[in-house]
Design a protein around this ligand. Structure first.
Ligand SMILES: [Zn+2]
Length: 614
């Protein structure tokens, strides 16, 4: 049975670009790890079988190159990700500690390609938005908000969001980042903590929870002061409570900041029943945030993020893809290759549980008023000069010279921070998550919690403002001396320094530049080879409504030790139907010139990972 969709009345049809690379489902963090890239493919299967390909354009982005990644990350960190693999990791012991790779962020086969796919989708989505090729770009493989400039964190290695925002900054004076993942969007906040050109706003659980940052008093420093907003929430937040804080805060921020584009991180670990999260949002409550942000009619980049109960993730992101395209998905799950995972009711909805909402009305009212108060303190809508000549900014500064001085004990793995909870059978993922023997209990360490929340702004040597910073912020009002921020009292913070922030390297706004994410070769190849809708050339379509099930649609969820077969790179989408669904392979994913060509066409498979088995 095909999925039913109903058009949403009363809104303009948006041009939606949706990015999907079928290889994404083949990467595996290892047995028992809660992050399961297969969820992206499950979502895609719903998207296709609800017929959403009729409503939008589907792309397979060119994977990001090392050079592109190092627009944010340090060259040496990117090179490390490129070189490390399960076979040679013993040669990189020192680096693994330095870059926080190995525990939450394991080394698995194809790690670099996985990061490339995630980042490529976000960068190309941003590029297409900037070129007015679409109104909304969707990349569920993106949203990896914890990754730092030279450090992996919380299952994230490369920060596709920062890279996407950098792309948008080439065309937009101001970009708003909104994060509804249950965890604080620390990597993105940190990257833009000292600039007013990106405003970050994160709604997250705060208190004894990974990553420990995101206090309401953390609001940015220097020119960025007042342009980071944190909404700390408690366990069990309901749809109603969330809406009561989300809408007024977002409305005020958008009206006040007047962003040129919005990036929405749709982390779905804020859903009820998430394996790591502790909120109680239903699918519809979560999606209401997407719909609300969409209603402002600004260029919108929608990204994934957390989400560890995979069948809830796929449902919700499929539903939100529908909303982006202006349709509402019907309540019955259509036939698809993962159909059995949606039993016993085969309904689309992710329902809330009866858990207690610890966010009292008075608490939320107080948070809201505090945020409004902070906004009143600042001039709205700072602007920057428009430059006619684009410049590719590469940041070669190494922020990690003092890394060895850090107290490694305050690094707490995400899986140790976040409690794993058991929920109603209908929401439990225990059968497909390989939980046996890996159930972590909550590890509360109040002192570490506090220490960790300060770590970010107290670790590294001062970063001088880069040479481009003055030009990038000519009109921002905040005097550089008005620095200290209440809860970030480390020495570096009081000196106005945020390690890993990008102030000196932001792109200048240009009205005529090709997107930074594309080097010239790629840009030309794109135009010639079919990036443009009208260019023809590389549209690919398979004849089946199921994405090439030959051997690609069978990723095992239940037995990671057995290992799924590697999928052949399959067509992105089925059925180039009369409604004009177009599948466009922007650029072939392999043979990345001199840079990113590790083992072309050889995705990781689970059986290669974790020889210990599950
Ligand atoms: Zn999360």
């Amino acid at each position: 049975m095909a999925g039913i969709v109903e058009p949403i009345m009363g809104e303009d049809k948006k041009r939606v670009c949706y990015f999907f690379d079928s290889d994404i489902g083949n990467y595996h963090y290892g047995p028992g790890h809660p992050m399961k890239p297969t969820r992206i493919r499950m979502c895609h299967s719903l998207v296709m079988n609800y017929g959403l390909y009729k409503q939008m354009e589907i792309f397979r982005a060119k994977p990001a190159t090392k050079r592109e990644m190092s627009q944010f990350h340090t060259d040496e960190y990117v090179d490390f990700l490129y070189r490390i693999n399960p076979d040679n990791e013993s040669q990189f012991n020192k680096e693994q500690g330095k870059y926080n790779v190995g525990d939450d962020c394991p080394i698995f086969d194809g790690l670099f390609e996985y990061c490339s796919i995630s980042a490529g989708g976000s960068m190309e989505g941003a590029a297409r938005l900037s070129r007015d090729k679409c109104d909304i770009a969707v990349n569920w493989a993106g949203g990896l908000h914890h990754a730092k400039k030279a450090e992996a964190s919380g299952f994230c290695y490369v920060n596709d969001i920062v890279l996407g925002i950098l792309e948008l900054l080439r065309y937009h004076q101001r970009v708003l980042y909104v994060d509804i993942d249950v965890h604080h969007g620390d990597g993105v906040e940190e990257a833009f903590y000292t600039t007013d050109r990106v405003m970050t706003c994160s709604f997250h659980k705060y208190g004894e929870f990974f990553p420990g940052t995101g206090d309401i008093n953390d609001i940015g420093i220097n020119k960025g002061k007042g342009y980071a907003i944190n909404i700390p929430l408690r366990d069990g937040i309901s749809d109603e409570s969330y809406k009561s804080i989300f809408r007024p805060v977002m409305k005020r921020i958008i009206e006040w900041y007047q962003p040129g584009a919005i990036v929405l991180q749709c982390g779905s670990d804020s859903l009820a029943g998430d394996r790591l999260g502790s909120f109680n949002l239903s699918m519809r409550g979560h999606a209401a945030c997407v719909q609300y942000i969409k209603s402002f009619n600004l260029p919108l980049l929608m990204l994934g993020g957390g989400g560890y109960t995979v069948k809830s993730v796929s449902r919700t992101w499929a539903y939100e893809t529908g909303l982006a395209a202006g349709v509402e998905l019907g309540g019955q799950i259509p036939n698809n290759e993962y159909y059995e995972y949606y039993g016993p009711d085969y309904e689309l909805d992710v329902k809330p549980s009866n858990m207690t909402d610890h966010n009292r009305r008075e608490y939320l009212d107080k948070i809201r008023e505090q945020v409004f108060e902070k906004l009143r303190d600042k001039p709205a809508a700072p602007s920057v000069q428009i430059h006619s000549v684009p410049k590719l900014a590469h940041d070669d500064e190494d922020e990690n010279e003092n890394e060895d001085n850090e107290d490694k004990d305050i690094r707490r793995p995400m899986r140790l921070w976040d409690k794993e909870k058991q929920h109603e059978a209908s929401l439990s993922d225990s059968e497909d998550e390989g939980l046996g023997g890996r159930r972590h209990r909550q590890s509360h360490r109040e002192a570490s919690d506090k220490a960790s929340s300060k770590r970010r702004r107290s670790k590294s040597p001062p970063l001088g403002s880069g040479p481009g910073s003055a030009a990038a912020h000519p009109t921002a009002a905040a005097p550089a001396s008005a620095v200290p921020v209440a809860s970030t009292s480390g020495a570096a913070a009081s000196a106005g320094v945020v390690p890993g922030s990008l102030t000196g390297t932001l792109p200048v706004v240009s009205s005529n530049a090709p997107p930074a994410s594309m080097d010239i070769k790629r840009w030309a190849a794109g135009v010639e080879g079919g990036v443009e809708s009208s260019g023809g050339g590389s549209k690919a379509a398979s004849p089946s409504p199921y994405p090439a099930p030959a051997d690609g649609g069978d990723v095992e969820m239940t037995d990671v030790s057995g290992g799924p077969k590697p999928a052949q790179p399959e067509q992105t989408a089925p059925e180039a139907g009369p409604q004009g669904m177009e599948v466009e392979t922007a650029v072939e994913p392999q043979n990345e010139v001199e840079e990113a060509a590790p083992e072309p066409g050889k995705p990781a498979i689970a059986s290669d990972v974790g020889p210990d088995g599950a």
